[in-house]
Design a binder for this molecule. Structure first.
Ligand SMILES: C[S@@+](CC[C@H](N)C(=O)[O-])C[C@H]1O[C@@H](n2cnc3c(N)ncnc32)[C@H](O)[C@@H]1O
Length: 187
């Protein structure tokens, strides 16, 4: 399928972003099927992933965080905040250790200076992993977007310290030239 057609498909099917098809492909491949999952959606704006999950699993409960505001998604409790401050959000903090699924589609601002960007991406990855590890329950699942770079292997190795199964995905809806890649971790 041509890249633009994913956006058209999203429009046709009433989704907020083409990103839903990346998440959908990963969930299908890993046979994810928790009908009443508690989800933490990191970098959730404009709300495509949350909207998709609530439609697919209507009994689920969703909490989302982003620097940007979003149009309300039915069933999503949204907090406008930096991921680095998530522990200050009492309603989410009280749920530490209880999430079934933590998903992160964070896209940091890039400077264009390769070394600087690689380190910033790696640090954001590590922060997201810290959040996933402390907010997931004992059988939780983590899906995180990151980017191909020289520190990717280090990040995957770090994930392997916390998850019994780690896999890498490049979904069909992900633009090949973007370098984005998704890691999946299952406890
Ligand atoms: C690609 S978008 C997410 C798309 C979303 N998954 C969807 O399906 O609609 C990436 C988001 O990450 C957010 N973001 C980037 N850095 C962040 C940070 N430090 N804390 C919270 N959100 C952040 C951006 O504001 C942006 O909305």
């Amino acid at each position: 399928m041509l890249q633009d057609t994913w956006a058209l498909k999203a429009q046709r099917e009433g989704y907020r972003s083409r990103a839903v098809y990346k998440l959908e492909e990963i969930l299908v491949k890993v046979k994810y099927n928790n009908q009443s999952c508690k989800v933490l959606d990191i970098g959730c704006a404009p709300g495509g992933w949350s909207d998709y999950l609530i439609k697919k699993y209507p009994k689920s409960s969703l909490y989302g965080i982003d620097l940007l505001d979003i149009k309300p998604v039915k069933g999503l409790k949204f907090f406008r905040e930096d991921i680095c401050n998530i522990d200050n959000i009492t309603e989410i903090h009280n749920k530490k250790g209880s999430f079934d699924l933590v998903i992160s589609d964070l896209a940091p601002n890039l400077s264009g200076i390769r070394d600087v960007d690689e380190i910033n991406i790696h640090e954001l990855n590590l922060e997201t992993l810290r959040v996933a590890v402390s907010y997931l329950n004992d059988s939780g699942t983590f899906i995180v977007k990151t980017f191909q770079n020289t520190l990717l292997k280090n990040f995957r190795t770090e994930m392997e310290n916390y998850f019994s199964l780690v896999q890498t995905f490049k979904p069909a809806a992900s633009k090949s030239k973007s370098g984005e890649i998704y890691l999946y971790g299952d406890k």
